[in-house]
Design a protein around this ligand. Structure first.
Ligand code: AMP
Length: 310
């Protein structure tokens, strides 16, 4: 089994899309990442997170039933779980954050379970950059690959800390707008180059319904997103993508650019399920057969023959 450490928020989300509205449902980066990574057979994922005692035990049990180690999920007595609320615009590609209540996440001091301190792959979900760094420091053996996801919120309020953490990171996953904000560059190619200089050898830029790019030095690769007839709620798509990406690399056991390319496709494939229903609902029910079928659709989408006569 290939061990994978996942750190990230565990949350209550209230989401509004043009198709409907939810009350507080289970969300946060780590459940999406964990559920996506748990799709890979020989991967042993552990979530490191914090919740209040308002977080339902059944949901923790559900994650454990999926083969996710939950020993690192701390339950704070009398504490309130992190709450996030967002509203999507009609294009479903952009959203406004209506509320971010850190609650117990504000004092989160992650503890990597002893069973996972030698894990080769570490997936740092979107969180305070200092907290992400503290997870890297707890590893007993230097991981083969540290992947970090972040967002504009941390660039706005903790840019210096983010830059410090990035020095210890191999792969960063961010969306196009955030790549521009972090680098100060409009061109994503130039942005990726500048971000390489901050530490990460690989830069993954997510472009929502327009797919994702990965850069390593002068090499680049593009994975499309599958055009879907039903996009219901994009929340968690980025985290699911990260979980699929990290899960595939953990399963493959190597960190070559070729492996990363396939990982990008797996990430896009799993994310395409998440957006079909509210929250983690679709990811909870997806089957290996459905994933296989969708991988075929991805292949068909981009495969073509062309005769180029030089
Ligand atoms: P995504 O749609 O992939 O960007 O992720 C959405 C998830 O991120 C939601 O379930 C939120 O609970 C979580 N989230 C939103 N803002 C933050 C934040 N500042 N820190 C940690 N997690 C967050």
């Amino acid at each position: 089994m290939s061990k994978l450490v996942i750190v990230g928020s565990c949350a209550f989300d209230a989401i509004e899309t043009p198709f409907g509205k939810t009350d507080k449902i289970i969300g946060g980066a780590s459940p999406y990442i964990g559920l996506a990574a748990a799709q890979f057979d020989n991967v042993d994922p552990a979530i490191v997170a914090v919740v209040g005692d308002d977080f339902p035990q059944e949901y923790l049990d559900f994650l454990a039933e999926r083969g996710i180690n939950t020993d690192g999920i701390e339950v704070v007595k009398g504490g309130k779980t992190f709450f996030w609320s967002g509203k999507y615009h009609n294009d479903m590609n952009s959203r406004d954050t209506l509320a971010t209540e850190l609650n117990v996440l504000g004092d989160f001091s992650p503890k990597v379970p002893a069973s996972h301190k030698e894990a080769p792959i570490v997936m740092l979900g979107n969180l305070q950059p200092q907290v992400q760094l503290s997870v890297i420091k707890q590893m007993d053996v230097k991981p083969k690959l540290v992947i970090l996801d972040t967002m504009n919120f941390w660039m706005d309020i903790a840019l210096d800390e983010l830059k410090t953490t990035l020095k210890k990171v191999d792969v960063i996953t961010i969306n196009d707008e955030e790549a521009r904000q972090l680098s100060g560059e409009y061109s994503l190619v130039t942005a990726a180059k500048k971000i390489h200089e901050m530490g990460p050898k690989y830069v993954v830029i997510k472009k929502g319904e327009h797919g994702a790019l990965i850069f390593e030095g002068d090499k680049m690769f593009f994975a499309p997103a599958l055009p879907l007839s039903d996009v219901f709620d994009p929340t968690g798509a980025g985290d699911t993508f990260a979980g699929g990406f990290a899960g595939y690399i953990a399963q493959a056991g190597d960190t070559s650019f070729e492996t990363m390319k396939t990982a990008l496709i797996y990430g896009s494939c799993l994310a395409s399920f998440t957006v079909e229903k509210f929250g983690t609902e679709r990811l909870q029910s997806v089957t290996p057969e459905e994933i296989k079928e969708r991988l075929h659709q991805f292949k068909q989408l981009v495969q073509f023959d062309i005769n180029i006569n030089d």
